[in-house]
Design a protein around this ligand. Structure first.
Ligand code: PEP
Ligand code: MN
Ligand code: NA
Length: 610
């Protein structure tokens, strides 16, 4: 790669894909970078980009041998999370975006964005990143091309997706459709102007055009705002594709569970950001004879298979996990993957040994750190050393427990779907839905206390349908209707069972009602035994909960069947309040709410007052 020059040199497009070449030329003419660079995806290129980023002060190379070939980045303190108020679904018609999304007329939005992108890459390199989400040997590979002026985005996309020459050559051979994903940090450099370590713009726009399947992101260099293959493509745009094509693009982990009898099950689980998807995806069972394998920790594309079964594929190639709370005692599988190296950390703390640390990595904090803001830190500082939304970005093939089926373009048969949130009260540890429609009702009313994964207040209860609130790329009522429609296409014998879970419930005394982490395997075991028809359950107004004796508590010191009953108790007063809140939530959907879900709510009300 040539070094920075002040002439406006646009390299000839090294592609035979006519549409791609034309788009790159058009964007370069608008954004006016000094250079256009086509990303090949090779290791040498990555080393070179990382070295440049170290030189620029964006990355720090870790020198602790426990973190080989790894880097830490520190963002602008105002660019640390996804920005939902700045995220738009610009469908042609406002009603197609629905009440859960910000909307603007696509023509007006494009005019504004074209104004912002005009000259936005001056003084910088525009990188062309051909990428694919999911297997390159899929029937229809999910191609995208991200144009970005951030080398940090290139190195992170290299972990999260398959990028570069191999993808480009196949895309050309098929003259394939690709999602155009344009990204600029919005920080042009005047000649001679000195750069900062994390350039970005106060003005941020994360914009999706669902009909065109196009993405434009401006002003942020952070994770979900900038790595456009992830939330923007694989959830928001893909959910709109899925609606049109009869499949589901969901915010779910995928976990394979094998019983002592050697029977395997695949569990998909939707939880809002920072509610433990990565922990459940990498869980070590605490019950004897059970084995887990990972397929994905954040995104699940589910299509209907030949036998009318739901089949899930994880389209991602890496983990972009919340670092705090990920530790040697709570998630050793993640720690082993991370410490194999090849990782990029963002907004974590640095140790004096040239490694990284975050709250919860070890039981005891190091005596001295450099915190994510660059300040000296000791355990007495009284502040968090790592930002609560700090991240590790690590290749998924470094996960020891990765299932071989991860590589299968046909995915795996999903046997159970879990919906879960973070609720101190009301929601039992686990409830089995009464039916598929009742399960959709559970998903549609899913709620959670807000976390640091999005900018804004933390700890407020909000409804988060299927944990997709920030990610549904169209009208949320149509989205629920789409779930309802899918059921008609599934083989009734093959339908996954649906469960609502809450690892975060408190006891009346205020402690956690359930130990969580590896012990969640006990809940998964019960779910599997419900599928097999061998476990006991008690019918309640909201669904089936385990009896005190039905959860395997072997080896769980001091936890009794009575404690299970506390964890799964259905408190009628709490549920009457919950039902009022669900009424308010459903009222927002207006006419778009599927009648089947209205009927579910009516049924619940009747059962609660019976
Ligand atoms: C992100 O915040 O950048 C992100 C990828 O979202 P999530 O927290 O859902 O993983
Ligand atoms: Mn997520
Ligand atoms: Na992830």
């Amino acid at each position: 790669m040539s070094t920075s020059s002040d002439q406006n040199v646009i390299d000839a497009a090294p592609t035979s894909h006519v549409k791609l070449a034309a788009w790159v030329e058009e964007v370069a003419a608008l954004t006016k970078p000094d250079r256009v660079y086509w990303v090949d995806g090779l290791a040498e290129e990555n080393d070179r980009l990382c070295a440049e980023l170290v030189e620029a002060g964006t990355l720090v190379k870790l020198t602790d041998p426990n973190f080989p070939n790894s880097y830490a980045a520190f963002s602008d303190p105002k660019d640390v999370a996804r920005v939902e108020e700045r995220t738009f679904i610009c469908s042609e018609k406002e009603e197609d975006a629905g009440f859960t999304n910000n909307w603007e007329d696509p023509k007006i939005m494009k005019e504004r964005l074209n104004g912002l992108f005009d000259g936005s890459m001056r003084g910088r390199t525009m990188y062309v990143i051909p990428f694919v989400m999911g297997p390159l040997d899929a029937e229809q590979p999910a191609y995208g091309v991200e144009l970005t002026d951030s080398a940090y985005v290139v190195t992170s996309m290299r972990i999260m997706a398959k990028i570069g020459n191999e993808v480009l050559r196949k895309m050309e051979a098929e003259n394939a459709f690709f999602v155009p994903a344009l990204h600029s940090i919005g920080a042009p450099l005047e000649p001679g102007q000195e750069d900062v370590a994390w350039p970005c713009n106060e003005d941020k726009w994360i914009v999706h055009f669902p009909e065109e399947r196009a993405i434009m992101s401006y002003g942020s260099g952070y994770g979900g705002n900038a790595l456009l293959g992830k939330k923007c493509y694989s959830l928001r745009i893909a959910s709109a594709m899925a609606r049109d094509e009869g499949w589901l693009a969901e915010h779910m982990l995928i976990l394979k569970l094998t019983s002592p009898q050697n029977k395997s099950y695949h569990i998909a689980a939707a939880f809002p950001s920072a509610c433990g998807k990565t922990n459940l995806a990498l869980l070590d069972p605490t019950i004897d004879g059970w084995k887990t394998e990972t397929l994905g920790d954040d995104i699940n594309w589910m299509r209907i298979g030949k036998d009318g079964e739901l089949r899930g594929v994880n389209p991602e190639y890496g983990l972009f996990g919340v670092a705090p709370g990920t530790g040697w005692s709570t998630n050793p599988n993640a720690m082993r993957a991370i410490t194999k190296g090849n990782s990029i950390f963002t907004n974590v703390a640095l140790t004096d040994e040239g490694g990284v640390w975050w709250e919860g990595m070890t039981d005891e904090a190091p005596a001295h750190l450099t915190d994510w803001l660059g300040n000296d830190w000791t355990p007495e500082s009284g502040t968090k050393a790592a930002h609560p939304n700090s991240r590790f970005c690590t290749p998924i093939d470094q996960v020891d427990m990765l299932s071989q089926d991860y590589y299968s373009p046909n995915g795996v048969k999903i046997d159970a779907i879990l919906f879960g949130g973070r609720r101190k009260t009301t929601i039992p540890l686990v409830t089995e839905a009464r039916s598929w429609t009742n399960g959709i009702f559970m998903g549609s009313t899913l709620s959670s206390e807000t976390t640091a994964a999005a900018a804004g207040a933390v700890g407020q209860v909000r409804r988060d349908p299927m944990a997709m609130l920030p990610f549904i790329g169209y009208n949320a009522g149509d989205y629920l209707n789409h779930w309802d429609q899918i059921s008609g296409k599934l083989n009734p014998e093959q339908m996954p069972k649906i469960f609502l879970v809450n690892w975060f419930r408190r006891t009346p005394e205020g402690g956690f009602a359930w130990p969580g982490f590896g012990d969640n395997s006990r809940v998964l075991k019960w779910a599997v035994e419900r599928i097999e028809g061998t476990a006991d359950a008690k019918e309640t107004a909201i669904g089936y909960v385990p009896t005190g004796e039905a959860l395997d508590l072997t080896g769980l010191e001091g936890f009794t069947p009575a404690d299970v009953e506390t964890a799964v108790a259905v408190n009628t007063d709490e549920w009457l309040t919950e039902v009022e809140s669900i009424e308010e939530w459903y009222a927002k959907f207006g006419e778009a709410l599927p009648a089947s879900l209205r009927a579910e709510l009516d049924g619940l009300k009747a059962r609660l007052s019976a």
